[in-house]
Ligand binder design. Structure first.
Ligand code: NAD
Length: 429
């Protein structure tokens, strides 16, 4: 099958490579010519384990190609996936400007039947809106269908998630178009759930908001654990073994970040408000998450008696490990607070880079050990597995004072103390 992907970002590129791997002929287009140019040369603009190898493979098989002529790309492909960004507006609602542009571009170039699939995360009812945008811009009376097929991949394990998804959700009102999508996903062993487009759209937001709720919930319990001197990991383990709850997303820390959870929680609150209902539970989830980096900083300030002129080593910049994505990263919020408090910072992250406005801060990609020399304290902000295997006993002698604040509860508190560190986690001492 010939598939066009509009928007060669994290989701578009992963989706395109998945379909190429399943044997389809995939074309990717993007308004950002540099991204396309780089990918044509086998270079991804983001870090995602395994994806670069697959790109190289399918550039060779010819199953993946990049089209500069966007009109021709619409003409040549039967199924069109829209994978553009849907960022957050100031008021928390989803910004659908990129989606509108892509829809109108499809409409103005529609000369024969196409199946248009929205993969971007969009509020319930958006597929109707996309239909209208296409209807308004198309010149000929050509039929088309708009389906919803939300994406559930996680950055850091995008390829695995695409190849082995928990489920494929398709919102469709046309049986034939549904069958085409079923054919497209042939080879993927997972439940294929067909529902209405609006329900499919709401499933995506509900799933992300539920996971965000789990995180904020355990973070609140962690604060109570700090007061009661109980280890939150023991609580999470005991709770997570309940098959009705499950162990995932019960890791206390400095809060969720990234390009999805923060904006999706706010967008769902907005949808509720616009429909005259109340999702105050999510407002609380959002507030807890916003305050979590401050909770961490307060611990640091208290222990170090202020931060002015203290040298702080920050380990991890990305919003989680295995990705270079720093969008809404709690680590960045912590770094900004440290700067405001007058601390001297050095950062380490194996792949992520600082944004331009912070480019004068030292950010090591190689030696994490160097970052910690003469530090008054180490703050772990991203759970890069490598941080577990650092020779902490050796590092201790190179620091000014052996203090670790573990924002991801990833080190063994007992071991750290036996080496001689002062160690504090979140709900974990
Ligand atoms: P991204 O910013 O990485 O990629 C979007 C791409 O679309 C960009 O390369 C941009 O240049 C391009 N684009 C914008 N307008 C265009 C247009 N008119 N024509 C062609 N290209 C255009 O975004 P992403 O992280 O891939 O997310 C895309 C969507 O998928 C969002 O709605 C997001 O919420 C959702 N999603 C993201 C993830 C994730 O982990 N990143 C997971 C699931 C769902």
């Amino acid at each position: 099958m010939n598939v066009l992907i509009i928007g060669a970002g994290y989701v578009g590129t992963t989706t395109g490579l998945l379909f190429a791997e399943l044997g389809h002929s995939v074309t990717l287009i993007d308004v950002d010519g540099k991204k396309i140019n780089d990918m044509q040369n086998g270079k991804l603009f983001f870090y995602e384990p395994g994806l670069d190898t697959l790109l190289t493979k399918h550039l060779c098989t010819g199953k993946i190609s990049f089209e500069i002529d966007h009109q021709r790309a619409i003409k040549d492909n039967h199924v069109i996936f829209i994978c553009v960004g849907t960022p957050q507006n100031q008021d928390g609602s989803a910004n659908l400007n990129f989606l509108r542009e892509a829809s109108e571009f499809i409409g103005s170039n529609l000369i024969e039947y196409k199946i248009i699939v929205i993969k971007s995360t969009v509020p319930a009812g958006t597929s109707k809106q996309v239909k209208q945008w296409i209807e308004k811009t198309k010149k000929d009376p050509v039929p088309f269908d708009v389906l919803s097929n939300p994406e559930f991949l996680r950055e850091g394990s995008a390829l695995k998630d695409a190849l082995y998804p928990d489920r494929i959700i398709v919102g469709s009102e046309n049986e034939q178009a549904t069958s085409t999508l079923q054919e497209l996903y042939m080879g993927i062993d997972s439940p294929f759930i067909v529902t209405t487009p609006s329900a499919a759209e709401l499933i995506k937001y509900t799933a992300n908001s539920f996971l965000a709720t789990k995180i904020s919930f355990i973070n609140e319990i962690a604060k109570l654990c700090d007061k009661l001197d109980i280890n939150v990991q023991d609580v999470a383990k005991g709770v997570g073994l309940d098959s009705r709850i499950g162990p995932l997303f019960l890791e206390a820390g400095i809060g969720y970040g990234g390009s999805c959870f923060p904006k999706d929680v706010l967008a769902l609150i907005d949808t509720a408000k616009k429909n005259g209902t109340d999702l105050s539970i999510l407002e609380k989830v959002h507030d807890i998450n916003e305050n979590q980096p401050d909770y961490f900083i307060k611990k640091v300030k208290k222990r170090l008696n202020g931060l002015s002129a203290k040298k702080i080593a920050v380990l991890g910049l990305s919003f989680k490990s295995q990705t270079d994505d720093i969008r809404q990263s709690p680590s960045l919020k912590i770094i900004l607070s440290l700067i405001n408090e007058g601390a001297i910072i050095e950062i380490h992250d194996p792949v992520a880079k600082l944004p331009y406005n912070l480019a004068d801060i030292v950010c090591q990609q190689d030696s994490v050990e160097e970052t910690m020399i003469q530090a008054d304290a180490v703050l772990i902000c991203t759970d890069w597995p490598h941080y577990r295997t650092i020779d902490w006993a050796v590092i201790k002698n190179k620091m000014k004072s052996p203090v670790i604040f573990d924002g991801r509860n990833m080190l063994n508190a007992g071991e750290m103390r036996s080496i001689g560190y002062i160690y504090e986690g979140i709900g974990y001492k």
